[in-house]
Design a protein. Structure first.
Length: 166
């Protein structure tokens, strides 16, 4: 069940965002009184949705891709390309991870908070940095598995940790 926590977290943030948007529109239209903190809550929810989903999508290999040239690649060349793309992307993601950790630490040191709700900004910064690090590790491991043990890679749409019955 812990393996599904990022998906549930993203789903919960999406549901909260939906409720928030509904009430903000109703209050703005009917009473000319919008929810003041709606913008900052929307930003936080969007960050949670994107970065909670990123490691899962990356591990499954379900990123959006342009496959116009795929018919021209042999399976062997396509496999090498996929390994290189996963490896390079995983290594490149280590830099933003390091930078976001530094920015989150700075936000914690300075005591930065959100404008209306005074939520400490370092919480979301550390969440983004951690999710990005997990994504980088997932891509690097995915590249290694594609070379060493391709049968262990999840198929598109396959649950990453449990069967559908679990």
């Amino acid at each position: 069940m812990l393996a599904h926590a990022p998906s549930w977290l993203a789903a919960g943030a999406l549901f909260l965002l939906m409720i928030l948007t509904f009430f903000d529109v109703v209050l703005r239209s009917a009473f000319n009184s919008p929810i003041e903190a709606a913008t900052e809550l929307t930003r936080i929810c969007m960050a949670i949705i994107v970065f909670a989903s990123l490691p899962i999508v990356s591990w499954r290999g379900e990123q959006i891709v342009v496959d116009l040239l795929d018919p021209f690649y042999s399976p062997w060349v396509a496999r090498i390309r996929d390994v290189l793309v996963d490896l390079v992307c995983g290594l490149i993601l280590l830099w933003p991870t390091w930078r976001v950790f530094a920015l989150a630490q700075r936000a914690m040191d300075y005591g930065d908070t959100t404008e209306y709700l005074n939520i400490p900004q370092f919480y979301i910064g550390y969440f983004i940095a951690t999710a990005t690090l997990i994504t980088a590790i997932a891509l690097i491991v995915r590249a290694a598995l594609a070379v060493l043990a391709p049968s262990f890679l999840p198929k598109p749409g396959q649950d990453i940790f449990f069967s559908k019955d679990a």
